[in-house]
Design a protein around this ligand. Structure first.
Ligand SMILES: Nc1ncnc2c1ncn2[C@@H]1O[C@H](COP(=O)(O)OP(=O)(O)OP(=O)(O)O)[C@@H](O)[C@H]1O
Ligand SMILES: [Mg+2]
Length: 466
């Protein structure tokens, strides 16, 4: 760590240099503000010990100046004049602490140690925060479909407000991702706290959300802060809100109305400043009809509704998502970037993705883990995706927008070719016979659809058989 000592008394500079070099610091010294500025420009120190009265001005001005540029440089003020005013001014300007001359060196060492601890904590927070913010910038939320673009635009417009948001959508559509994006673009300084309301029994959920007093129930050995408190000045994400009991819904309604929470076992209500985002994969209107969800709570949370469409209704996003996940997993694994064949992308597009983006993400991860070559092909796709994607609509209904007969016939052909290959244990001549096809044409289509391996050792043997 680098330390800069700014003092016009050379004997003090020397003494402090020796002491802190002994403590493992890289020490630089400056006798004036001018030289201090130059030293900071040249080599940004972690900590500055700074005299108050210097020949060319006040140390407080230096603190102000430097803090405005680089808030992570810490200052400790050294002052001969124990006026409380200058001490207060130094702290206001952003100094970590001050010490009056003459001082006990051991005392100064303690202050320095504390300043370092604080700085490390702050640097770490800064780092974590920016890393998180980066993950939830829109660059990492993929979607060019009109539906997703509209959602991004809503998110951008409402992020900075405190309005309650209700995100609905099937499992894996990205509800939590959107909730985090709202929080990290909100400018709110508190935490993002997430809880799955469907995963806990009612009494536990209550003490998780609101906290409890010591002895509020058996097992409550010590008092506990609730998640609403944790999320103060931040955001709470109430996932699967549709799964809560109606008794719990009344309690949530109270928080949403008055922004006060009461710990279990306490009479005291405390104010919280929390942005609420709720999510559900149920149709809450249906739950209201059935009497399992309170209508008044619904209106409280449904201030800004965001509906995430299932992946099968925004197929144009699929190629982008695939690219995104390929690059993400290759980077994570530290392997060179892989590509994917057009046929594989087409097969992926045709599958219905009941598990939505999460399922797609898992499939891509698996493909990358299993495929050694640089190109991902249909061979590395799981069978259910491959087959599922190839089985045309079995109802044989003609949808309003029509179909491509060519694609459907092709899809049926692929299914039978795969099944024939399966039955023949991969022997193409037999598979071709089962389908009354010539070997040549079977091999041509099998290659085209990437049903067979392109490293052709086995095929050569087969070719000899022909
Ligand atoms: N548009 C998107 N762009 C990039 N990644 C996405 C997108 N949507 C979802 N994901 C990723 O898919 C996975 C599932 O998303 P998320 O957990 O937000 O879904 P969810 O709707 O909360 O699901 P569940 O209802 O199962 O809790 C996450 O890894 C997320 O990063
Ligand atoms: Mg979720």
């Amino acid at each position: 760590m680098d330390l800069l000592i700014v003092d016009d008394e050379s004997s003090l500079r020397d003494f402090l240099s020796i002491v802190f070099e002994g403590e493992g610091w890289m020490v630089e010294v400056a006798p004036s503000l001018g030289e201090a500025r130059a030293a900071i420009q040249k080599n940004e120190p972690d900590l500055v010990l700074c005299d108050l009265m210097l020949p060319d001005g006040s140390g407080i001005d230096l603190i102000r100046e430097v803090k405005a540029q680089n808030p992570s440089i810490a200052f400790i003020m050294i002052t001969a004049h124990t006026s409380t005013k200058s001490a207060v001014d130094a702290l206001k300007a952003g100094a970590f602490d001050y010490i009056a001359k003459p001082f006990d060196i051991e005392e100064l060492k303690i202050i320095v140690r504390k300043a370092v601890e604080r700085k490390e904590l702050e640097d770490e927070n800064l780092h974590l925060r920016s890393a998180l913010e980066e993950r939830f910038t829109f660059a990492n939320i993929i979607g060019k479909s009109a539906k997703m673009q509209e959602i991004f635009s809503i998110v951008q417009r409402i992020a900075r407000t405190t309005s309650t948001v209700l995100i609905s959508g099937e499992s894996g559509t990205g509800k939590e991702l959107i909730a985090r994006a709202i929080h990290y673009n909100s400018g709110r300084r508190g935490k993002f706290v997430s809880i799955n309301c469907g995963a806990l029994p009612e009494t536990l959920l209550e003490s998780e959300l609101f906290g409890h007093e010591r002895g509020a129930f058996t097992g409550a050995i010590r008092e506990k802060r609730g998640l609403f408190h944790e999320a103060d000045r931040g955001t709470i994400f109430l996932d699967e809100i549709g799964e809560t009991s109606t008794a719990m819904q009344i309690k949530l309604l109270r928080v949403l109305q008055d922004r006060v929470v009461r710990r279990v076992g306490s009479n005291v209500e405390t104010q919280v400043d929390v942005r609420v985002i709720a999510a559900t994969n149920r149709d809450l209107n249906e739950s209201i009809q059935k009497g399992t969800f309170r209508e008044d709570l619904f209106y409280r949370i449904n201030v800004i509704p965001i509906e995430l469409p299932p992946l099968r209704h925004r197929k144009e996003d699929i190629p982008l998502l695939v690219e995104h996940f390929i690059s993400k997993f290759c980077t994570n694994l530290g392997v060179p970037q892989k590509r994917i064949s057009t046929d594989a992308v087409r097969a992926i597009e045709k599958y219905s993705w009941p598990g939505n983006v999460r399922e797609l993400e898992n499939v891509v991860e698996r493909m990358i883990a299993l495929e050694e070559s640089e190109v991902l092909t249909t061979k590395s796709l799981p069978e259910h995706v491959l087959l599922g994607g190839r089985i045309p609509d079995t109802t044989f209904e003609l949808p309003p927008e029509g179909i491509s007969l060519q694609d459907h016939l092709e899809a049926i052909g692929k299914i039978f070719m795969l099944k024939a290959l399966e039955r023949s244990g991969g022997v193409q001549t037999q598979a071709a016979e089962l389908l009354r096809m010539s070997f040549r044409s079977f091999r041509y289509y099998a290659k085209k659809y990437e049903l067979i391996s392109k490293d052709a050792k086995q095929e050569e043997v087969v070719e000899v058989e022909e």
